[in-house]
Design a protein around this ligand. Sequence first.
Ligand SMILES: C[S@@+](CC[C@H](N)C(=O)[O-])C[C@H]1O[C@@H](n2cnc3c(N)ncnc32)[C@H](O)[C@@H]1O
Length: 282
Amino acid sequence: MVTAAVGSGWLALTSPNTVDDITEVWSLPVSRATLDVMRDAGLSLPRNDPRQYDDLAGEWWRPDGAFAMLHWLARARAALVPPAARPGALLVDLGCGAGLLAPHLVGKGYRHVGVDLTRSALIQAADHGVTVVNGDATAVPLADGCADVVAAGELLEHVPDWRAAVAQACRLLRPGGLLVLDTLNDTALSRLVAVRIAERLPTVPRGIHDPRLFVDDRELVAECARHGVDLRVRGVRPAVPGLLRWLLRRARGIGTPPDQVPRIVPTASAAVLYQGHGVRDG
Ligand SMILES: C[S@@+](CC[C@H](N)C(=O)[O-])C[C@H]1O[C@@H](n2cnc3c(N)ncnc32)[C@H](O)[C@@H]1O
């Protein structure tokens, strides 16, 4: 295990040539610093406080638990990731949580490095084969161009400065590398569906989102373009029949087999939940 802090000089140690040497990286002050930034910005309400993930630590890998929908989204995100084009290819998973993407990457040939603020989640991610970095997505302690793929699943809508996280995602990508993400749009419909409605269902924990942080899809596309990534977005949602079956079974206390959990399907509008994918130029 390596213990290091952002800015302590170990960035140089994580150049593309040496990233293979990382096993686990725990950086100390980043989580607190981010909380302070949120406080300074007046955002330190119970909503979106990252410490909620500690309280919910037991939920990550429960298929019918509070993070069930993250499992469905992880599968849909992984479907956008092609098999690795070269041996030793690196996928950097920003805001990896407990590593829910990991099972869906099996056989694709990537080394999966996950970056997250929440240690309790990272411990579980490491148990699922993810090489974990305890750090902030807005100051990632990994070298420029080290990643073949950067994933940012359900992250940006939790980051007070989402533009900084996007800049980091693009910086990490090698030329030709792929960015895949999903997030919530900054619309009235999104606030209604993803907060007021979804937080009353067992698919989204109450208070996990601060709708003021939701990310306008056009602004995201423009920001990615500024950093050399031509992002394409499309709306997605859980398929309704599968969602209703899942809710019914869950209400009856019956588990849903993995092959019958709701599928995430494209939808005409990106006004609520959307996926993005794009290739870094150069
Ligand atoms: C909704 S969860 C998504 C987790 C994972 N990507 C998934 O889809 O299963 C959001 C995650 O982002 C992490 N997070 C929030 N803000 C962060 C930041 N500034 N830097 C790194 N991770 C952050 C949280 O700790 C949490 O694990």
